[in-house]
Design a protein around this ligand. Structure first.
Ligand code: SF4
Length: 895
């Protein structure tokens, strides 16, 4: 520790701290423009506003980049400091339009604040003949750049390159002509910008400004901290609210996101107040929806539930809970179905994305979740990404990965498409879709053959190693290279790299899980980590990146047919006994139906009632024609949602739900962190929060438990769910906690399985042989279709298609096709093509790109026009019952 003095106050600070950091520890605020806690200090100090006086030094120093030294005596507010800061401001204002009255950023501008503080009213160096009329760059769909207002602090450039890991903007020109611009003076839309808006959020003045739908002044808004409602990263953000409208989003420095957001989090909020929102209950009469009161809708639903249950038994009903809704709502949904309806026929869209993770990791490690925390990747030595296009699907984690790579981490990427991470990788294995198990076996074969496994760890902490050795011995790099269509030397290289370091982390997603062998894929990932002892320590582990904002929470809450909250099994009599006592009801111990099984039962005409909360199977599920047939045959369908989705159109009753901005609760992100969701505005129209709707239906059915606030529901969850035992609103007010958090004194768990302790005892090797995908190309359907997500849209696009900027960029479905294939089919970029599988056909637009292999085509599943799930295969993994959304065979014709 070093002893220093700041403004006459003595203090001790860590070696390496800057003066700015030291001053902040005792509450002294020094003005800054270009400073950001996470940016390099080496290239800081550009704006000079943070100058301070150091006794004995010849001039003033920039406090953000100057480290403290023993005995330093610092003055942050002396006359010479104030004079220097005034001069800096006068210089800046001399080249700045003085239009604060009409500037969109008034009230959110540091230049304005500091000029007020230091009494600067005009620029004394102003050249009155100089015109500040450089054209604005409006080319980006979400924000604009006003060079006239840029103060050249360079913060946006450093945020873009150091945090977001883009080089979309830079400093061009020299001296007086220096300015911020996209490379080669191009427009922002021609740059590599991904519209994350992190430059916009960090611009201290009015140079980078969000495009606004409505006018507002910052002083007329209130900030409400909440959790992003899009992906499982769980970024923390502030909603800026004016009246009853959310008008802007700003990032928070949350543990999961380090102050970053992606385009969806930053700019994708316009759906909240969108005119298409459902605002009143609707009941279908004679094929037409008619407005109804809540009382009418609830009575109708309750009567249909009662009559179906009485006539056909509780298992003739089913429900889909929602990964978009809060933990409290998922808990109530499964309580409604289990405790009141009397069936375990309830599931949610985790069945379509990570059911194989839940099944696979629970088998091998005892817990089906990310073992480590989001930001631990920053310190990983090797990052192994398999089946995840992380920079697009979990963009903030993708940025953190790229930050780690810039600092020297090695990157291995296994993916069928040449994604952005592949460009930055040390080894890229562009595998044929559906061959993960073979590839992972090949890596383990090399590791064992070359003696690179962690023998001590295996001996002490695992079981079934001999079976692993026996299974993988045949998967030599040459054999695997043939199956996966990669170079055997790259397999060796990747295996050696992964096994060579202490902190090697695996990240995977739906490229591993959405296969008929998804569970084997997940268990093979786990085998690899156990083999090298790369688990149970910081910056390592097995990390399934969960897709939707609360898919982890929905699973944790027991929105699964075989699991009560906390993965307590319905087949376990002790568990049933515990919940019967807690809820005061009789429960079924029969494992219920999954999403895919519900649709099969529906299509046979055997399901009487389906209640869908916040899901859109008419877009998200495989083989949409089959889904449609099922929904049409089910006697009574209830849909509870915020928009009239493709599924809601087929419902008998629609209940209008509140969006995340209109309710309180919690989401659990991919790293098991339970975080607050806060009500920012009142529910739109007659909407109600999902938890209130569910409680009303329960009450209507005679279960008279009432909750006045979701915090009461969370307290109930904590009382019956061991891993959530220590969670309450109060404890997560400032920062979320990661489960397991068994009691009120527990600080949460940053990473799982420390010291080789697994929930199931020892880590289990569960080797598997490679099995081909269920449907592969043949002469009738010669192309392999794989599906996935893209950066800008989200899931079935119910929210993102209502964001004008996103729609402008990606308005309709498209298919990525290799140039050779396009040439063979006579297709050009932008042409329309008919794509047919054994299940359906669609028309889509061709995007010619060499990101895919010649016989592989890729489509994102977000779009209703040309919805790819008309084509996909509903064949399922027999263990996890997850459909093989990643591989189907299609033919393609020009139209
Ligand atoms: Fe939201 Fe995910 Fe983007 Fe973060 S990375 S802002 S959680 S969509």
């Amino acid at each position: 520790m070093l002893k220093i003095s700041i403004d006459g106050r003595l203090l001790e600070v860590n070696k390496g701290a800057t003066i700015l950091e030291a001053a902040r520890t005792i509450g002294i605020e020094i003005p800054t423009f270009c400073h950001h806690d996470l940016l390099s200090k080496v290239d800081g100090g550009a704006c000079r506003i943070c100058l301070v006086e150091i006794e004995g030094a010849r001039g003033l120093e920039a406090s953000c980049s100057m480290p403290v030294s023993e005995g330093m005596v610092i003055r942050t507010d002396s006359e010479s400091v104030r004079k220097a800061r005034r001069t800096v401001l006068e210089l800046l204002v001399s080249k700045h339009p003085l239009d604060c009255m009409t500037c969109a950023q008034a009230g959110n501008c540091k230049l304005q604040d500091y000029c007020y503080e230091y009494g600067v009213t005009s620029g004394i160096y102003r050249d009155e003949d100089e015109k500040l009329d450089k054209p604005l760059d409006h080319s980006n769909a979400f924000y604009y750049f006003d060079e006239n207002k840029c103060i050249m602090c360079g913060k946006c450039v450093r945020v873009c390159s150091q945090l977001q890991q883009r080089e979309a903007i830079g400093l061009s020109g020299r001296g007086y002509d220096a300015h911020v611009s996209a490379p080669f003076e191009s427009s922002l839309s021609e740059s590599t910008c991904v519209s994350c808006g992190n430059c916009v959020s960090n611009c201290p003045v009015g140079a980078l400004v969000p495009k606004r739908k409505e006018k507002f002044r910052y002083w007329d808004t209130k900030k409400v901290k909440t959790t992003c409602s899009y992906c499982g990263v769980g970024c923390q953000m502030d909603l800026l609210v004016k009246g009853d409208r959310v008008v802007e989003v700003q990032p928070e420095m949350g543990a999961a996101n380090n102050g970053l957001l992606c385009v969806k989090g930053k700019f994708g909020f316009n759906f909240i107040n969108h005119k298409d929102r459902l605002t009143t209950p609707l009941i279908k009469k004679n094929g037409e929806f008619q407005e109804a009161t809540w009382e009418e809708a609830n009575k109708l639903i309750a009567s249909k539930i009662k009559s179906a249950k009485e006539e056909f038994g509780p298992d003739s009903l089913a429900g889909f809970s929602s990964a978009r809704c809060t933990n409290e709502e998922n808990y109530l949904f499964q309580k409604l179905f289990r405790g009141v309806v009397g069936t375990n026929n309830m599931d949610h869209c985790a069945r379509l994305c990570h059911a194989s993770t839940v099944a696979g990791l629970a088998t091998t490690l005892g817990s089906g979740a990310m073992t480590n925390s989001n930001t631990e990747v920053l310190d990983s030595e090797v990052i192994f990404v398999i089946g995840s296009n992380t920079t697009e699907t979990h963009p903030v984690i993708g940025s953190h990965m790229l930050q780690a790579v810039k600092r020297g981490a090695k990157l291995i990427v296994v993916e069928p498409r040449k994604i952005e991470l592949a460009v930055h990788s040390d080894v890229f294995l562009q595998i044929k879709p559906g061959t993960n198990v073979a590839l992972l076996n090949g890596l383990m074969n090399v590791i064992i053959e070359e003696g690179l496994q962690d023998k001590e760890y295996i001996e002490k902490n695992t079981e079934n190693y001999d079976e692993l050795v026996s299974v993988i011995k045949d998967y030599t790099p040459e054999v695997v290279a043939e199956i996966c269509r990669v170079d055997p030397e790259d397999i060796r290289k990747a295996a050696r790299l992964y096994a060579s370091v202490d902190k090697a982390a695996i990240y995977y997603s739906m490229g591993v899980t959405q296969h008929s062998t998804g569970t084997q894929g997940v268990m093979s990932v786990s085998n690899l980590a156990l083999l090298c002892g790369n688990i149970g320590k910081v910056s390592a582990g097995v990390n399934p990146l969960r897709g939707q904002n609360n898919v982890q929470g929905a699973c944790d809450m027991g929105a699964l047919p075989g699991d009560l909250p906390g993965y307590q099994k319905v087949a376990n009599p002790e568990v049933i006994d515990k919940f019967e006592k807690a809820w005061g009801v009789k429960l079924s111990d029969k494992v219920g139906l999954t999403v895919t099984e519900v649709m099969n039962k529906g299509a046979k005409g055997d399901l009487k009632l389906l209640y869908i909360m916040g899901e859109n199977p008419m877009m998200s599920d495989p083989d949409i024609n089959h889904v449609k047939e099922a929904l049409e045959k089910i006697d009574f369908v209830v849909v509870q949602d915020i928009f009239l989705t493709e599924t809601a159109e087929l419902a008998d009753v629609i209940l209008p739900a509140a969006s995340f901005a209109e309710k309180d609760g919690t989401f659990t992100n991919s790293e098991r962190r339970i975080q607050r969701v806060r009500k920012a505005i009142e529910p739109i129209g007659d909407c109600k929060a999902d938890w209130e709707i569910l409680m009303d239906i329960m009450n209507e059915l005679g279960y008279d438990k009432e909750y006045s606030n979701p915090s009461e529901i969370l307290d109930e969850i904590a009382s019956v769910t061991p891993s959530y035992g220590g969670i309450s609103f109060e404890r997560i007010e400032e920062e979320g906690l990661q489960w397991p958090c068994p009691d009120k004194n527990h600080a949460g768990t940053k990473f799982l399985h420390e010291g080789g302790k697994f929930t199931r005892g020892k880590g289990l090797f569960k080797p598997a042989d490679y099995i081909k995908s269920a449907e592969l190309p043949d002469k009738d359907y010669p192309y392999l279709l794989t599906t996935g997500r893209m950066l800008y849209h989200y899931h079935t696009a119910t929210m993102t298609k209502r964001v004008p900027g996103i729609n402008r960029l990606f308005p309709h479905s498209y298919m990525e096709m290799h140039p050779t294939t396009a040439n063979r089919l006579g297709l050009l970029n932008g042409d329309k093509a008919k794509v047919t599988s054994r299940r359906g056909e669609i028309i889509t637009t061709i995007t010619v790109t060499d990101i895919v292999d010649e016989d592989v085509v890729f489509m994102p599943f977000h779009f209703a026009d040309g919805a790819v799930n008309y084509l996909t295969n509903s064949v399922i993994d027999p263990i996890a019952k997850i459909p093989e959304l990643k591989v189907s065979a299609v033919k393609i014709e020009k139209v």
